[in-house]
Design a protein. Sequence first.
Lengths: 642, 102
Amino acid sequence: MPNTAYILLILLLPVFGFALLGLFGRRYTRGFSGVIGTALLFVSTLCALYVAYKYFSGNTGMPALRHTYTLFEAAWLSFGPDLSINMGVLIDPISAMMIVVVTVISLMVHVFSLGYMKGEERYSTYYAFLGLFTFSMLGLVLSSNIFETYIFWELVGVSSFLLIGFYYDRPTAVAAAKKAFIVTRFADLGFLIGILILSFQAHTLDFGRLINNLSSFEHSPFTEPPVFLGLPLVDWGLILVFIGGAGKSALFPLHIWLPDAMEGPTPVSALIHAATMVVAGVYLVARLYPLFTLTLDVQQVVLYVGAISALLAAVIACTQTDIKRVLAYSTMSQIGYMMFALGTYRLFPPSLVDPKIGFIGSMFHLFTHAFFKALLFLCAGVIIHLVHSNEMKDMGGLRKQLPLAHICFLIACLAISGIPPFSGFFSKEEILSAAWRADRFIYTIALFTSGLTAFYMFRLYFSVFWNKPATGHPHAQPLVESIPLVILAIGAAFAGFIPFSHLLIVGGHPSVHSSIGLNAVPPVLIALLGIGIAAWLYYKQSDRPQKAAAAFRGLYTAAYHKFYIDELYLFVTKKIIFNCIGRPAAWIDRNIVDGLMNGLATATARISATIKGIQSGRVQDYAWFFFVGIAGLAILFIYIVK
Amino acid sequence: MIPLHYILFLSTALFFIGMYGLFTRRNIITILMSVELILNSVNINFIAFNKYLYPDRLEGLFFSLFIIAIAAAEAAVAIAIIINLYRNIRSVDVESADDMKF
């Protein structure tokens, strides 16, 4: 790739926007801030699309073999001859795909926010934060070094914190921002320790060499890998890295921050908490995929955490009444899907030709999910602006008032439910066939989750747009809010036809495109069943939902309260950690540390109180002291010290 | 010629008279005069030692000339301070100027 400076533009334009709007936005560019931010991002998006186009069309003759390019590498912090933190840009199939996803979704959100956030007091600040987030996310996907990834990872966390707490005058938003930051920071601690373990083993932080060194290490028959508590050290490192990814991706049991994060502005939820940031964990596992597939233990951790998150979140989503929370849980469920697809590799029978099908399915689902989930959130934003409430019971019969949002929402619901020919069908099909070949139990869970997904998405759809008689006239919607919806709807409808498996393999065999045949029948049938049940319950107002809830009362109550996981966390932190660790630590601080300091201060005060009488204010006394002192010194030096 | 120790007795007496005045007088001008006595006793010492021990040199004489000059300057400053003190507290008694204490 000659002359690649424009790749840096992708990264630098958003951060330039952040600096510009953050420093001068409030005073000088108030009204234009949104336009400036959007224009900068538009150029950045064009560059990203160009890079992806050049990358994927570069060697069409051989669709299988795609190279990994490392550009602009420079040593940033050097620890020694063989260990340094380098800053570089890495272009390979998944990062090329991710820059397209991130810039396109971010651009749609920028454009949508032009209308949605208009008239906000902190309009420029909002666009500055969006720029910061876009920059950090692009840096995260483009970094060539695991430590560079970590730096951008934290930056992403900070910008997420800032945007969740955007309405800082609402106590719930402040609490949600704090919660998101603490939970993900806690998980990031695992990530950092994992990085240290892996780099200690591999003697490098660079992705390519890290993967090479550790794979050869594992396969070597002569060296016994170091073991800690029954697992090889490398596996511990990978599990810790996975914990970091699970925190950012809101996987069970670190998912508690995601539903609360919906306190942020809705376009932010679409960008950060649905389409881009929360898939960072999936991206991280995919980035280190050759390492994560080394041993069965690590694969099983990934597999089961993903599957449990997918199922649990789908069950909870069926009972929530806040439209954004339903979408949040559905995001968590879909990310669980992507994650467990990455954990299927080791379970395939050895005869299988193409064991990378799980990887491809996961990346494909990440791609399509970004479109339809962002679309769902933006539609939710339109709905919330009209109704001024997040509660589903305040909505209903909106199909006349919001015809465009209605169509878009329907397309997105069909896509997420996996109805052909919408995009979600293809990606989900790939994941399900990976699950089918890997493990029947996981396949059952995945299939059941898929049915639940269809059910809760159409529960939402029917409750919002049908349920009550449709009244009113079409609501005038600004053009900047309509265009992103239309573009995303096109993506959600047709992204499935991209021949993904041809695009994604680095230096391997071309993937046999999983022919969609009979194996597609059960998921579609179960999705249709879910839609049918949702229609039966919510198409018209009736007492059927209450009866259904009563029939599954135990499960319903538990799911409504999110399986009491929040309460469990509160119990552990407030009752156990605060009482057993916090209070003793506070006691030591108050009594021993403070006591020492207070004692010193008291002693000083006492001594000065006793000797302050010397300072009488009478000049002649001082003259006496002076004379006595001089006389004493004279005697000392004349007679005693000779 | 008068023996050296006679002159040293004189300067010692002058020094302790000045000391006594410095510690016992209450009037600040008298205290200033006592300080002048002390300085002059030192001057006498310088002159005597110069005359009796190193008659061919002049350092002692110059030193006493410097001390006289500095004493004159000091007196000017001290009297300025005393005038200000008097303006503030309407007294030149050191006992009554004892605000600067703990």
